[in-house]
Design a protein around this ligand. Sequence first.
Ligand code: HEC
Length: 212
Amino acid sequence: MELGLDIQWMMGNASNNPEMVEISGVDAAVGTFITTEPLPQDLEYPEAEQFVADFEEAYDEPPASVWWLLAAEAFNVIAHAIEATGSTETDVLAEYLHTEFADYPGLSGPILGFDEKGDRLGTIHVLYQIDAEGNIALNPEQPGAGGEEEMMEHDGEALVAERCTVCHTIDRIEAAEKDEAGWTETVDLMIGNGAELNDAERAAVIDYLANR
Ligand code: HEC
């Protein structure tokens, strides 16, 4: 059935799958934007390159959707948590992943950690667009790539969630309203207290807090 909709489609990561194009037909799908975790072949991390090489050896083709990667990623993270805790108790593993787990060299790039809900800290989403052949192709222009400020904001948010919650909860930060000068003073005070931030991270945190 044809609905006659002639609009720009935008989709989430569930549609990052060649079957979606098979079902809709290339004509209907072309031009669709998809935001999703990146395919490993679009990443420059050694872990991603190794994953693609191993995958091609096993299946004679590169991974066509992000889901094989994320399944492998989840498996590795849980295996790592089992090793780190010496336990297979789900409560122990969940507690470890929510609190201690940090800076892990993931297949989809470094994983900063997970928040209390289990969401990954920081965003790794990128923009794809379905091209004239029906391929889900990495968009040459990534939102934020040209605007450094936007990227810094993302980093800042993840950094605050990770580094500023070591001694007190995030509530303390959410309750405070300050301008850039005020946050600069507070962040420097916190660094004096022992918060771990290098110069670039300090700038990203201040930028995020002053403009959130
Ligand atoms: C090493 C421990 C530690 C870390 C890490 C830390 N803080 Fe603090 N923070 C404190 C202590 C202690 C206090 C209360 C005493 C004070 O005001 O210095 C505090 C108080 C605060 C307050 C309330 C007081 C005010 O000035 O408004 C804010 C806001 C705050 N911290 C923000 C942050 C931010 C942002 C970060 C990350 C850059 C951070 N903290 C990281 C120890 C820490």
